[in-house]
Design a protein around this ligand. Sequence first.
Ligand code: NI
Length: 198
Amino acid sequence: MFRKAVFLLVGCLFLLPVLAEEQVQQKDAVPDISDAPPGGDFTLRSSRGPFNLKDLRSKVVLLYFGYTKCPDVCPTSLAFTAQVLNELDDEELKKVRAVFVSVDPKRDTVETLDEYVGYFHPNFIGVTGSDEEVAVAAKLYGAKYNEVALKDSAFGYSVSHSAVTYLITPEGELRFIFPHATHPAIILEAVRYVLTGN
Ligand code: NI
């Protein structure tokens, strides 16, 4: 735990100089290291069958929890992640995946998820599972979500959810937590830092 906390802190310090105008936002976003979630492997489902995060060992993973009917927060986050992926060359892309976990398994099937993440970038994988399986994954990363009833809406309910993006190293360790709307240049720098070690 201590080692991970140090990594999170060092990571944020490293990222501070990237963009001057982002400094305050990044500094404010330095997680309270005592509250840093542990991260770790989980098993859910994709359209190809069981999805084990462990199978992405050796790749950098950008992980996000959301749902496809989200009106703007998820689309913004995924578009930013797609911008990061679009900056990578072919060799880098082989080593980077983005995983979108739906916290709305009642409405998001694996087919729905494929279609949704496909709009953003081919390196996205859409996954979900039972309520219990999703809860296990979310708890590992400290992701929060809950249904909010909507009156006079065809959707019936929305899902309030945390909107951070997690960077998991090729060794499977949670290394960075990016607040919602973190500039893609910062995430890109972190991805390359983890890929190359400098
Ligand atoms: Ni959302």
